[in-house]
Design a protein around this ligand. Structure first.
Ligand code: URA
Length: 425
């Protein structure tokens, strides 16, 4: 077998055979197929797609490139495992309250998470703003945290789907991320290899998401649900709105602070609604349909699991969170009803302030980001603060403000406007 014939087959619109897929994923993982050859194949897949059988085989080959974990056996407990994966958005801090909440309701939550890249934030970057907290754990440390707190949020080890690790980094720099076969196989290879019993997918739709329209989000969701189900993982998907940021913050420490409000029984209504909707799906998929996540938020048991999880991962749940050195307030240009606050623009602006990274190895600023003082559907008055921008590097303000040009619409006072529901389907 050789890489050029595999590239040519897909370039010319053909199907890849099982043998071609198995060979190329294995040879690429071992370094026998070069990055430039895999880039060409990724672009051919981006342009010509893969059918369901090809995607299934591609996913299986990426799983087979590394180890498979089995928490149920290792934990020696009858408690079911459940995980959630979001396809990525702006202000998406849901994992932070959700993982300890679902643990408080009786499931075990092995939550392998990622870092932000581009305009979307990453759970690990957010959690790392907690002094002392560690994202990198050995398999034994993960089990210890799960035994102690019922939930762990950490980075995937190098042994899990290494083919995806290499391929994702390559796609990121070759313009081949936004492809349904490649996204579905990338996400599901990691989730299946991680060994969760139940998986809830939060597939984002809108300007701040990879999928901009509901039809492509639905196709991505159904492809991933099919892959999970075929591998014996009880998988469900929600399509959720990402036309405007979730909650009232986008940034690392800012989002941790907002998540703590949710765990304390308060927080923004949209974050609470989505956290509870995903918790119910996870608990039902894990065989615990009678658990009451709203009660676990209200009675402090979710917060208790959060504190245990943070301490078990070396963090101090009582430490002050970092605050950026400089702030800049953007005010409303008119009075009326806020009808649009664009998620993509806010994500790019927060990224430019230092909340995200341009290259994988860049550091992020823990305090950088954006606070939203109004959300679509709310009345605003000319001159009132609309957004507060936070950064340690004030020379970035102009660049960050430029990203917000054209991102905000205010309609005449009294305009009838209902924002999109958070759960679309
Ligand atoms: N997240 C992943 O893990 N993979 C993708 O391809 C896109 C988002």
């Amino acid at each position: 077998m050789d890489a050029i014939s595999v590239i040519r087959a897909k370039r010319d619109g053909g199907r890849l055979t099982d043998g071609q897929i198995d060979w190329i994923i294995d040879a690429y993982t071992r370094g026998e197929v070069a990055d430039e050859q895999m880039s060409a194949l990724a672009m051919a897949i981006f342009l010509n797609g893969m059918d369901r059988a090809e995607i299934a085989r591609w996913t299986a080959a990426m799983i087979a490139s590394g180890e498979r974990m089995d928490f149920t056996a290792s934990l020696g407990t009858a408690r079911p495992t459940a995980d959630k994966h979001s396809t990525g958005g702006v202000g998406d801090k849901i994992t932070l309250p959700l993982a300890p909440l679902v643990a408080a309701c009786g499931a075990v939550v092995p939550q392998l998470s990622g870092r932000g890249l581009g305009h979307t934030g990453g759970t690990l970057d957010k959690m790392e703003s907690i002094p002392g907290w560690r994202a990198l754990l050995s398999n034994q440390e993960m089990l210890d945290v799960l035994n102690e707190a019922g939930a762990v949020v950490c980075a995937a080890g190098d042994g899990l789907a290494p083919a995806d690790k290499k391929l994702y980094a390559l796609r990121d720099v070759t313009g081949t991320v936004e492809s349904i076969p490649l996204i579905a196989s990338s996400i599901m290879s990691k989730k299946i290899a991680e060994g969760t019993g139940a998986l809830v997918l939060d597939v984002k739709v809108g300007s701040g998401a990879f999928m901009k329209d509901i039809a492509s989000a639905r196709e991505l969701a159904s492809t991933m649900v099919g892959l999970g189900t075929d591998h014996g993982v009880r998988t469900v998907a929600l399509l959720t709105d990402m036309s405007t940021p979730l909650g009232r913050t986008a940034g690392n420490a800012l989002e941790v602070r907002e998540s703590l409000e949710v765990l304390a029984g308060g927080g923004p209504a949209d974050v609470v609604e989505l956290t509870l909707a995903l918790a119910r799906e996870m608990l039902t998929a894990a065989g615990l349909p009678d658990a009451d996540p709203a009660k676990a938020l209200a009675d402090g048991s979710a917060m208790d699991h959060w504190r245990r999880m943070i301490i078990a991962q070396g963090g101090d749940p009582d430490a002050a969170l970092p605050v950026a050195r400089e702030q800049h307030v953007l005010t409303a240009s008119a009075s009326g009803v806020l009808t649009r606050l664009d998620a993509y623009a806010v994500g790019v602006s927060a990224w430019r302030l230092g909340a995200g990274r341009a290259r994988k190895e860049d550091p992020v600023q823990a305090g950088a980001g954006i606070e939203l003082h109004a959300k679509p559907g709310e009345q605003v008055t000319a001159g009132q603060p609309l957004l507060t921008l936070h950064t340690d590097t004030p020379e970035r303000f102009d660049y960050a403000l430029a990203a917000l040009d054209g991102a905000i619409d205010i309609a005449a006072p009294g305009t009838d406007f209902t924002p999109a529901p958070i759960v679309l389907d």
